[in-house]
Design a protein around this ligand. Structure first.
Ligand SMILES: [Zn+2]
Length: 714
């Protein structure tokens, strides 16, 4: 004979706060032998339900939109004497528990208590006990780190600063706190952790076994990630059940109660919190769950995001998810300082890649992304005001992107590929940090060579290099250097990448006939002293620019050539008279951007003499330079640089100045090579030599220099 299975206790939850109700129901349904059979946000229908169903347990909030919860308590106690009543309320009156007890209520828990305690209360009440947990008495459960700032840290801030920190999103709070304290972030992180009794976890590794425990949405919202930690001490003789193993979570900010409650609804494992560098956590979340996976999360619908509180009951439709996803992908690109985003439909997947620091970086995407491919493509086309029904022809469009305080102009183009339309986004006027010539990585000698010419009243200064070599960044630094109230500066750009206060900036619009050449013609009638022309693409523009420089204007522009002397021959090839080129061009700067070694983690690494000499030869440097060098800085990778070993970029430069001898060579239409040889004889340092300088002083690596130098432009 088998023992009769114990009857399942039927519970009803009456609570108007949707999130809280949801949380409670989830937690209660995990109690063995208990089942929530009804949940209500209003009191009247709940009473009706109770009269008919006679639940075993009623969990009641006293503050309801339609009737006072006390009425429900009285009514249930009166008509259903066997039903256990647990009151859960945010009300803080001291007399309340006593009054409730007098009314025959079986339990009372303040809403601010943890879910664990609530479930404990439900269990106690169900088994016939009484549990009155008031906030004043506290609980037997360990307190979490306080939601507000630990006193040790809070004391150093005024009210306004404190508020600013706490109002920032979780992942930005450390940054805000560091700014308020005027201390470096790593130091503040340590301090915060110490004050809250937590540790700072470094070298984060995600825990692959725990990855699936939490829904991506929750992970995104709270910026927490399960990490792997070595168990403390020796392994226990008896195997510990998995559910007893602590779940290690790295978080960008001190854990708070709501967050902990949410996590506990998904796992029974004890939680061990660690603080970690917010950027690293964000990076790991993206690596493990994909960009925007929080938006496209369809794996677990039990978790309700905080922003959905007011409409928790409304099903978030797929369209909204796609809109949010696309916004997430663009927002992440902005954070990563990407210049381009590519949506590339492939066989069986939609690949997304960013171009960051000149390199393509695959973006980890949610596993279910393909399902949304068509919707994503349509969404992008709608944003760019394209014809969404046209899928066979390439289209161009623009998006004016506004999100979280960022306004961005994005150029969008589509091309049909065999799987679907491939969409590329070029992020324009990314709010870039304006670089000074120092920040560009120019040596004092290089700066001097350039600033001398910047003082000239006329002439042309050209910056050359392939796309993405930082040409406009340099021109911008020059503009800032000479910018003053007694100069009238006009720029003609496509696009306007930086705004420079006091400078008149114009955007060309070839689609309505405003080309570089056209714009330049008009600008000359505007009495400028200095003109910057974004790019010399054709003979027209070249001719007007040269004429402008010869009639007393200083002209800055760019050209696509590999090296500096090549700019001269390019202009001659365009059909400009060599004597005009030779008399107008004052200076040509060829440049490339290389990634800068992360100063936090780079370490010297030995290099073999043979290898070093080989590299020097490729860069066109004297192999003798290898003498006495046994080690060079190498990339390592840390949390600060997202494990890449590099952070930011610096320029390498080749500065070409025509002298009398070269002047003659130009008139004789000599080749670029002859010009370059002559320039080198007169002391011009080539890109390769400039690169070697930066390798030698530990700013970058041979790999980087070789990568950018071997890129050649048509
Ligand atoms: Zn690093």
């Amino acid at each position: 004979m088998t023992a009769p299975s114990p009857r399942t206790l039927r519970a009803v939850v009456i609570e108007d706060d949707a999130v809280f109700r949801h949380l409670l129901v989830l937690a209660m349904n995990k109690v063995p032998g208990l089942q929530v059979v009804g949940q209500f946000e209003l009191g009247v229908p709940s009473l009706e339900f109770c009269r008919q169903e006679a639940p075993d347990v009623a969990v009641i909030d006293l503050h309801l939109p339609d009737i006072n919860g006390m009425e429900i308590v009285r009514e249930i106690r009166h008509t259903l004497p066997a039903t256990k009543i647990l009151v859960i309320t945010g009300s803080a009156s001291d007399r309340l528990p006593a009054n409730l007890l007098a009314l025959g209520v079986n339990g009372y828990v303040n809403k601010s208590e943890s879910t664990e305690l609530m479930v404990h209360a439900v269990e106690t009440v169900c088994s016939g006990g009484l549990l009155f947990a008031t906030k004043a008495r506290g609980t037997h459960l360990p307190q979490l780190a306080t939601e507000v700032l630990p006193t040790a840290v809070a004391g150093a801030l005024d009210d306004e600063q404190r508020q600013a920190v706490l109002e920032s999103p979780r992942e930005k709070r450390l940054e805000a706190l560091a700014a308020a304290l005027a201390r470096p972030e790593p130091e503040v992180l340590e301090k915060l952790a110490a004050a809250a009794g937590l540790d700072v976890a470094s070298n984060l590794e995600t825990d692959p076994e725990a990855r699936g425990l939490l829904p991506p949405r929750l992970v995104h919202d709270y910026q927490i990630i399960p990490i792997r930690r070595a168990p403390e001490g020796s392994s226990p003789p008896v195997p510990v059940p998995l559910t007893a193993l602590p779940l290690h979570l790295a978080t960008a900010w001190l854990p708070d109660r709501t967050m902990a409650d949410w996590v506990r609804t998904f796992t029974p494992r004890p939680l061990a919190w660690h603080l970690a560098v917010p950027e690293r956590i964000h990076q790991l979340i993206i690596e493990n769950f994909g960009v925007g996976s929080g938006s496209l999360d369809d794996s677990d619908d039990t978790y309700v995001a905080p922003e959905a509180q007011k409409e928790a009951e409304e099903v978030v439709d797929e369209d909204a998810a796609v809109v949010r996803f696309v916004t997430d992908v663009i927002s992440q690109a902005i954070v990563d300082q990407a210049t381009d985003i590519h949506f590339e439909p492939q066989e069986g997947q939609l690949r997304i890649r960013y171009r960051v620091d000149g390199l393509l970086v695959p973006v980890p995407v949610p596993e279910n992304l393909l399902r949304f491919q068509d919707a994503i493509i349509s969404r992008l086309k709608i944003m760019a005001r394209m014809n969404i029904s046209e899928k066979r022809l390439p289209q161009d469009g623009r998006i004016n992107f506004k999100a979280s305080g960022v306004v961005l102009d994005i150029r969008v183009s589509t091309v049909p590929t065999i799987y679907a339309e491939s969409i590329s986004l070029r992020l324009l006027n990314q709010k870039k940090e304006a670089y000074s010539m120092d920040r560009l990585g120019m040596s004092q000698a290089e700066q001097l060579q350039i600033t001398n010419i910047l003082d000239y009243p006329h002439g042309i200064i050209l910056v050359t290099g392939p796309t993405g070599s930082g040409k406009s960044t340099s021109l911008n630094a020059f503009l800032r250097k000479i910018n003053s109230t007694d100069l009238r500066i006009i720029t003609i750009e496509d696009p306007i990448e930086y705004e420079v206060p006091g400078v008149n900036q114009m955007q060309v619009r070839p689609e309505i006939g405003l080309t570089f050449a056209d714009a330049l013609r008009h600008v000359l009638r505007q009495d400028p002293d200095v003109i910057m022309v974004g790019e010399i693409r054709d003979k027209d523009t070249a001719e007007i620019a040269i004429r402008a420089s010869l009639t007393g204007h200083l002209v800055f522009s760019t050209l696509h050539t590999n090296d500096a002397p090549g700019a001269i021959t390019r202009l001659v090839d365009m059909g400009i008279e060599p004597f005009l080129v030779a008399s107008a061009i004052e200076l040509v700067i060829a440049q490339r951007l290389v990634r800068r070694l992360c100063t936090e983690c780079t370490r010297p690494s030995p290099i073999a003499r043979v290898k070093l000499q080989e590299n020097l030869a490729i860069l066109g440097c004297d192999p003798q330079e290898a003498e006495g060098i046994e080690q060079l800085k190498a990339p390592v990778g840390c949390d600060r640089c997202r494990g890449t070993g590099y952070r930011g970029r610096i320029g390498i430069f080749e500065i070409f100045r025509l002298n009398e001898e070269m002047h003659q060579l130009v008139l004789q239409r000599e080749s670029t090579r002859t010009l370059a040889d002559c320039a080198r004889r007169h002391g011009m340092r080539t890109l390769g030599q400039s690169g070697w300088e930066k390798v030698k002083n530990g700013s970058t690596t041979f790999d980087e220099v070789l990568r950018v130098i071997t890129v050649t432009e048509k």
